[in-house]
Design a protein around this ligand. Sequence first.
Ligand code: HEC
Length: 301
Amino acid sequence: MRLPLAALWLILIASQLPAGEPSAAERGYKALTETAFIPASWRPRAYDNAWKRWAGVAEKPAHYDAAFRDYYGLHPAPYPNSDLPMGFRPGSFLFVKGIAMDCMLCHGGSIFGKSYVGLGNSSLDVQAVFEDMSAADGRTPKLPFTFSNVRGTSEAGSFAVYLLGFREPDLKMKTWSNLGLHEDLCEDTPAWYVWFLQTIVQPNASLFATLVALGETAIGLGLLVGLLTGIAGFAAAFLNGNFVLAGVLGSNPALIILGALLALAWRNAGWIGLDRWFIPWLHRTFYAGSPSPGETTPSSG
Ligand code: HEC
């Protein structure tokens, strides 16, 4: 008798709770994960038949949803999504049901098998997704421009140029015109650096994170007090070069130029810092008072 009584109480209490408007964050999450904001790009058959384009695959894989995600670098949706991967969602085109895409195609990722909305998708093969889905839908797999050259990246600049082609200067929609797309807008990380990141850096992520932090601190201190300025300049250029190769732009190219100039001017760069005393001391200590031809010290120069 106890359980039904407890259940009755729960029902009574629940019916007393205010209906409650969803909070702004709840409405936002619902819109983000459930609303199709653009028309469906593909019919459902595109998803079902995409495997036919996979090299060496003769029949539809068992556990197709997982195989599909694995092949294209997509992740399970951490919200109800009709078994579609995160980044796809049910939609429609002119009242015909289909599959629409959403921001999580590129902005949904996973760490150790757990999916996160908003995490950059570092495994996505966006070129293959669009080529295969279009072909499996009975259309040409040819894309208007290269979407990506390397898994885990997308040509954000080209996408912007392409999409702005649909807009007037005041952003009103218009028929598409080519604003000057060309194939050398590539901003991808080169494949050899992706290899380096994935096989060397990623398995030792905490070691590299520590090295970068120590390196940055050492460079900063060296430049501040003018100690081993040339080496600090070289290290700054090297570190910033790695950041650029990994796909970041920001101020890093400017810092590479400044670092390179400092390294080139190493003999004079530290003159107003500790190098004024440190470099001559190094020479005295390790070259035992035999200055090379043309060698000067602060006192003689
Ligand atoms: C085809 C892949 C792709 C899709 C789909 C996509 N994005 Fe992005 N998004 C990117 C990339 C790549 C960048 C980084 C661009 C760069 O820094 O050059 C980016 C950057 C952003 C940024 C800036 C983030 C920052 O930290 O500077 C925002 C905000 C953003 N996207 C929102 C959205 C929203 C909202 C949608 C859906 C309407 C969306 N994106 C769909 C690829 C995508």
